[in-house]
Design a protein around this ligand. Structure first.
Ligand code: PLP
Length: 359
């Protein structure tokens, strides 16, 4: 099986897995202790959580705090709902975790459009009375890298805070240093599923969504999971150390894949992108048939929404594709553990399978 779905989730790095194991150990080793307990095993678990917090913070700007959450979705909910802002402006290509949360707070949010290149123009006017602007760092469907520094500056000029969903950019690109809040997810940077984080700039106050024991500085009650924190921390440390190497690796793979599928149309900017994402369409392609013909290649239909409902992608329609073009798009996602041979093999198979459809 060739795995080409790195935007959906990344493999767990062996180093992250090893960092988790002591906190999953049996009764003798006491790695199971509650990190909020005052006894020695509890304090050891709490210390591991704090090491992890520092490791995650090393991917983020100085001058803020890291709140562990159960996912990036939860982190984004905390940022948007916990902020109390009602004048919301978000890009047209945000993940549902931002779009749907913002709409739950304010049904008539302002939508910042994107061009055919999948980028929000840095000089996009912001609506009167805007209080919170949310634009992602890297889009999960088409890989475009947004001009977040300029957009954050514009938000601040308008008197608003800037939230950045950095789920697909964290550990791959420098942090969006101008943002006021940044959401991350461990399982998109070779860490475990079930843990995310919200970075909050010092001085910004949030209201908790989850009440209880007052963990995570009162913002996210519930017992922390030291194994997940340790895995997230190690994954963040590794991502930071390997940032240039990982980027150079995917750039080589991207060029190889693009060369094999050179007559397919690329979705999103060629230059302003994370090269671990290649989203393409081919006129008349039946993606469902392609997927069933290629059972040993795990890739994604570019058009399906995250829930797999088959709805046309709001991202692909926002960049100007027709519903038919969006439905003939595929997303290939690769990363640290993908090899050139795998990419060449998979793309040749995709090409050959598409040819059997006459496209
Ligand atoms: N934001 C983006 C850009 C994503 O790609 C995802 C996951 O697909 C999320 C948010 C949600 O992350 P999580 O799975 O941690 O809730």
């Amino acid at each position: 099986m060739i795995y080409l779905d790195y935007q959906a989730t990344t493999p767990l790095a062996p180093e992250a897995r090893d960092a988790m194991l002591p906190w999953l150990s049996g009764p003798e080793a006491m790695g199971f202790a509650n990190p909020h307990s005052p006894h020695r095993p509890g304090r050891a678990a709490a210390a591991a959580v704090e090491v992890a917090r520092e490791q995650v913070a090393s991917l983020l700007p100085a001058g803020g705090r890291v709140i562990f959450t159960g996912s990036a979705t939860e982190a984004l909910n905390l940022a948007i709902q916990g902020n109390g802002a009602t004048g919301l402006a978000v890009s047209a290509i945000e993940h549902a975790a931002v779009l749907d949360t913002a709409r739950a707070v304010q049904p008539d949010i302002a939508i910042l459009p994107v061009g055919a290149d999948g980028l929000v123009a840095a000089d996009t006017p912001l609506p009167e009375g805007v209080e919170l602007v949310a634009v992602m760092q890297v889009n999960n469907e088409i890989g475009t890298i947004q001009p977040v520094a300029k957009l954050a500056h514009a938000a601040h000029q308008a008197g608003a805070l800037f939230l950045c969903d950095a789920v697909q950019g964290a550990g791959k690109l420098a942090a969006p240093a101008e943002a006021d809040m940044i959401a991350l997810s461990a399982h998109k940077l070779y860490g475990p599923k079930g843990i995310g984080a919200l970075w909050v700039r010092d001085g910004i106050t949030l209201m908790p969504l989850i009440h209880g024991g007052g963990q995570e500085q009162g913002l996210r009650s519930g017992t922390l999971v030291p194994a997940l924190c340790a895995g997230f921390g190690m994954a963040a440390k590794l991502a930071r150390e390997r940032m240039d190497e990982d980027a150079a690796h995917v750039a080589v793979l991207w060029q190889a894949a693009r060369a094999i599928l050179s007559d397919w149309t690329l979705n999103g900017s060629e230059r302003q992108r994370w090269h671990g994402n290649l989203n393409l369409w081919r006129d008349g392609l039946d993606v469902a048939r392609l997927m069933s013909d290629l059972r040993d290649v795990a890739f994604s239909a570019g058009s399906a929404c995250a829930s797999g409902s088959g709805r046309t992608s709001h991202v692909l329609t926002a960049i100007g594709l027709t519903a038919a073009q969006a439905k003939s798009s595929i997303r290939l996602g690769f990363g640290r553990y993908s090899t050139l041979t795998e990419i060449e093999d998979a793309c040749a198979k995709i090409r050959a399978a598409a040819a059997t459809q006459g496209v």
